[in-house]
Design a protein around this ligand. Structure first.
Ligand SMILES: O=C1CCCN[C@@H]1CCCn1cnc2cc(F)c(F)cc2c1=O
Ligand SMILES: [Mg+2]
Length: 485
């Protein structure tokens, strides 16, 4: 029957798998690490896209589409950035029964696909800035435990690739895009994130520096990289000879950025907001924000109730609310309540004989279960207000839970203890790479090692003489540490 067999607080992994399937977002596929994105998931992707795509167009970024296939020579052009990733690259080696002369790679990301053409298209400073984005899929044949949305062998993302004459322009865009990612999480998915800079060890090896928005899953005590915005410096322009003649007719290499968010965002939303009744959707990204359910009673004016449901939906849709009714006569109201709760619809409207008689409807919130009677005459603005309250409440509850997980520490013992308590750890660090390597080694366990999540742009006070928690050397910055996905 309906209902989850796993509880979020008891076995999180199984709970998560059940929720993504029972809410009809995911169907498991016969190839490991690959999942079917059903409409209930795709609509969330589309609702985020409906915010992000116009926003990047305001920044004069244009959409394009490059081929899925990468020739080996080009992919391996940048040894440093590819060698660590080589095991993840998927290759086409045959067509039909015939072996291909030369195997062809499937894009795991598109730097090496795009940049030979950036080199061709960028000749003079008038060709800059070049700002392209593509909405596509990428394939990475990962071997660590696959998780729907969070880690899959194929996923959807957008990847932005931009080129500028000056470093300052690139630096600014990195931050502009990161702010859009913060908005996706905090304003649409109702998830608090921390903006910061990745360590030298965690950054994109092919780039100059990496910034990210970091989310945190209280139930597992794991950080999750929400989206990334890299400044590539001139590393790729040197490699692919992307240069231009500047104003004083000097040849100069361009400064580049690349940035992405992916369908991983949807998994984070499920993990943060879901409960033991199933999915909980933030209204801003919900395909259906309001589900209207008739509650007929014996022979009491059933048609009148059905008509009231349809009229309520029409009025809401007219006002721009994504509302639907469930008039199926082969399911009971109780079954429908559970079904739409499992699917995470933020607000349910019940209309029974009493409601009809009193010219009102009964609203039930998915986030806190509150029941509110609304005069039909006021239903549109009351329902819009409720949806805003739900959006806001989901964020505040998630922020409060995430903040409870943050632990400031100063010593190794405090660090180890906080890690055991599944905290997101804020610690003073000497910012030396081998110290991070050492912390990883010292915390290696079956649930994974601790690593830096980011060094937050908002740095707390660092009193003179503060020591690094791991090395005892003078601390240079505060960094968030934790286990991660
Ligand atoms: O993260 C982004 C934003 C969008 C464009 N790409 C950058 C860096 C991607 C880093 N990365 C990440 N994963 C990879 C996996 C591979 F198999 C491979 F060949 C290369 C890579 C790889 O370069
Ligand atoms: Mg990877």
């Amino acid at each position: 029957g309906l209902g989850l067999t796993n509880k979020k607080s008891e076995n999180f992994g199984e709970w998560y798998s059940e929720v993504v399937v029972n809410s009809e977002m995911i169907e498991y596929y016969d190839i490991s690490g690959c999942y079917i994105l059903r409409p209930w998931a795709m609509s969330i992707w589309e609702n985020m896209q409906a915010f992000f795509d116009p926003e990047i167009k305001k920044l004069k970024i244009k959409n394009c589409y490059f081929p899925l296939f990468v020739s080996p020579g080009v992919l391996e052009k940048e040894k440093e950035h590819v060698e660590g990733f080589a095991p993840e690259v998927a290759w086409v080696t045959k067509s039909g029964q015939t072996d291909l002369e030369v195997p062809i790679a499937i894009r795991p990301t598109s730097e090496t696909v795009m940049y030979p053409y950036f080199s061709k298209w960028i000749r003079g400073h008038r060709d800059l800035p070049l700002k392209l984005n593509q909405w596509c899929n990428v394939v990475r044949w990962e071997f660590s435990n696959p998780t729907p949305f969070i880690r899959s062998r194929e996923f959807l993302w957008q990847e932005g690739h931009t080129a500028f004459a000056k470093k300052e322009e690139a630096d600014q865009e990195v931050l502009d895009i990161l702010e859009l990612y913060r908005r996706i999480y905090e304003e649409y998915l109702a998830i608090p994130v921390i903006k910061g800079k990745k360590s030298e060890l965690e950054k994109f090896a092919g780039g100059l520096y990496t910034t990210s928005v970091e989310a945190f899953i209280p139930n597992t005590g794991r950080g999750v990289q929400g989206a990334t915005s890299h400044c590539l410096g001139q590393n790729f322009s040197k490699m692919f000879n992307i240069e231009f003649e500047d104003e004083n007719r000097e040849k100069a290499k361009v400064w580049q950025n690349s940035w992405a968010y992916s369908t991983r965002t949807i998994g984070v939303m499920v993990m943060v907001h879901g409960d033991d009744k199933g999915l909980v959707l933030p209204p801003k990204v919900a395909a259906v924000q309001v589900i209207v359910i008739p509650v007929p009673y014996k022979d009491a004016d059933t048609q009148g109730i059905l008509d009231a449901c349809s009229a309520t939906v029409d009025t809401l849709v007219e006002a721009g609310v994504r509302a639907e009714s469930d008039l199926r006569d082969n399911y009971s109201p109780g079954w429908k309540y559970s079904h739409w709760e499992m699917k995470g619809v933020p607000l349910r409207i019940e209309i029974g004989p009493k409601d009809l008689a009193n010219q009102q409807v009964r609203a039930v919130r998915r986030d806190n279960g509150a029941k509110i009677d609304i005069k039909s005459a006021d239903s549109v603005e009351e329902i819009k207000k409720l949806l805003d309250q739900i959006q806001q409440n989901l964020f505040e509850v998630a922020k409060q839970k995430r903040d409870e997980c943050i632990q400031v520490i100063h010593t190794w013992d405090e660090f180890v203890q906080a890690l055991g308590q599944r905290k997101m750890i804020l610690a003073p660090w000497c910012d030396e790479e081998e110290v991070e390597v050492d912390v990883k080694a010292r915390t290696k366990g079956e649930t994974g090692a601790a690593k830096t999540l980011c060094s937050p742009f908002e740095q707390p006070e660092l009193p003179e003489g503060t020591k690094c928690f791991a090395s005892g050397k003078p601390a240079k910055k505060w960094s968030y540490w934790g286990r991660s996905y």
